[in-house]
Structure formats: C-alpha cells, structure tokens
Design a protein around this ligand. Structure first.
Ligand SMILES: Nc1ncnc2c1ncn2[C@@H]1O[C@H](COP(=O)(O)OP(=O)(O)OP(=O)(O)O)[C@@H](O)[C@H]1O
Ligand SMILES: Nc1ccn([C@@H]2O[C@H](COP(=O)(O)O)[C@@H](O)[C@H]2O)c(=O)n1
Length: 210
C-alpha cells in the first residue's frame, strides 16, 4: 500500500495582537511555505459591504457580484488592491458584525478552503482555522499574549481590541476557540525568532517533519 503523506498545513489562531500574522510570516519563511492571513478576507468583505448591509440576501447578492482574494496582507476586491482601507474606520466599525454573519462566514469558508487547497502546503492564521476551516491541520497553535502586551502591540486600536476579541469569542458561528489539539503558546515575553524555533520543534514532534 502506498503511504499517503498529507500536505503540511500549520494552523495558527488567537486573539487580536497576539502576533499571529507576524509569527505566521516568520514561520512560513523559515519553512519555505506560503502564508495565508484569513483576517484579510473579512476585512476586505467588511470594506465591500460598507455601503450595503449584512442581511443574508444582501450578503449573497454582494458575493454574486464581486470577487475577493487575499495576497499577503493585501485584500483584492474586483481586482482592486486594498491596503490602508483594511484598517480604516469604516472597516473597524463593522468588522465584528460582518465576521459574525453566517452567510459571510459560509462564503469566506469556501474561499479559505479553496486557497489552502491551491497552496497545498502552507501556514494559515485566523480565528477558527484549527476548529472549523482546516480541522485536520497537521499542527495547530493558539497564540496568546497578556492583555497589556497586546494593547501595546496595537496602539492604534486601543481597548476596542478587547471588545473585538469578545465579539469574536461569543458569536454563534465559528467563534474564536482553542482547538482541543492545539499547542497554546504565550509569546508575551518572546522574540519572534525564538518563538519560531520553539514552534518548529513542536511541529516536528507532532508531524515528524520540519
Ligand atoms: N513576539 C512578539 N514580540 C514583539 N512584538 C511582536 C511580537 N509578535 C507581534 N509583534 C508586533 O505586534 C504587532 C501586532 O502583531 P500581529 O499583527 O502579528 O498580531 P495579530 O495577532 O495578527 O493581530 P490582529 O489579529 O489584530 O491582526 C505588530 O506590530 C508586530 O510587529
Ligand atoms: N479566521 C478568521 C479570521 C478573522 N476573522 C475576523 O476578522 C477580523 C480581523 O482579523 P485580523 O486577523 O485581520 O485582525 C477578526 O477580528 C475576526 O472578526 C474571523 O472571524 N475568522
């Protein structure tokens, strides 16, 4: 019987400012893998829906008429690259509501899974990667950092960061949770390079690869 080796998919979840995108990018570079930041999908959709609303019909109609893609930390809607727009006030104000919409989540889930399949082996970061998007990920991490550290890392958002975390954690669909089989990594006091070394060791233990 041929041995089937599953593509290596590393899932990283955690609250805002816990270092997900920074660590995911460094880990991906160290392992020569591509990286997918799924929050960019939600930010791009929040920007696109700003003049509409998040009723189910409005959401389905918007996805019928528009295309959304992620390129690194940039969102692309209908071929237009979004940069500063993704952290603009209009996005910040509606982000949690947009991310809580079951119709938005269903459309974005399709996009996330298609992108992971296209990439093959990758590092993926978000809120529900290990629990919902890719539950059979090769290795899962839940990044944590103390509140005061996260606040320091996201000065532009301020304490609203905690409100966003709270809404992400209590929503009915695909909330921010710690997957049962995730390694919990508090990186409040760790440099990114040290963290990447530690995570690679854990990936090696879990997968026998790395
Ligand atoms: N281990 C670390 N040590 C010091 N600074 C860090 C560390 N990890 C991340 N940072 C810094 O904290 C800031 C936020 O990090 P990052 O964007 O990776 O967090 P995140 O979890 O992806 O946040 P969000 O979900 O809000 O987008 C960045 O400026 C980054 O450089
Ligand atoms: N898998 C995910 C990723 C993100 N979200 C929502 O998007 C917001 C922005 O995410 P960032 O990582 O760019 O800060 C986040 O607060 C969530 O509301 C999500 O629901 N699931």
């Amino acid at each position: 019987m041929p041995v089937v080796v599953e593509p290596l998919v590393i899932a990283i979840d955690g609250p805002g400012g816990s270092g997900k995108s920074t660590v995911a990018a460094s880990l991906a570079t160290a392992m020569s893998l591509p990286v997918l930041s799924t929050g960019v999908f939600f930010r791009a959709v929040a920007w696109g829906l700003a003049d509409t609303g998040v009723d189910d019909a409005q959401v389905d109609d918007w996805f019928d008429r528009h295309s959304v893609a992620v390129e690194g930390q940039l969102g692309v809607v209908d071929g237009v690259v979004l940069t500063d727009e993704l952290r603009s006030p209009v996005v910040q104000v509606s982000l949690s509501k947009v991310a809580a919409s079951p119709r938005v989540r269903s459309h974005v889930l399709d996009l996330e899974r298609r992108e992971i399949e296209r990439l093959g082996e990758c590092v993926v970061e978000g809120r529900d990667i290990g629990s919902v998007v890719w539950p059979h990920a090769s290795c899962k991490f839940f990044l944590a950092a103390r509140q005061e550290v996260r606040l320091r890392r996201r000065p532009e958002e301020g304490p609203k960061l905690f409100e966003r975390d709270r809404k992400d954690s209590i929503r009915a669909h695909a909330p921010l949770v710690i997957a049962d089989d995730a390694f919990i990594v508090d990186n409040s006091d760790d440099a990114v390079d040290e963290l990447v070394i530690r995570m690679r060791e854990l990936i090696g233990v879990r997968t026998g690869r790395c």
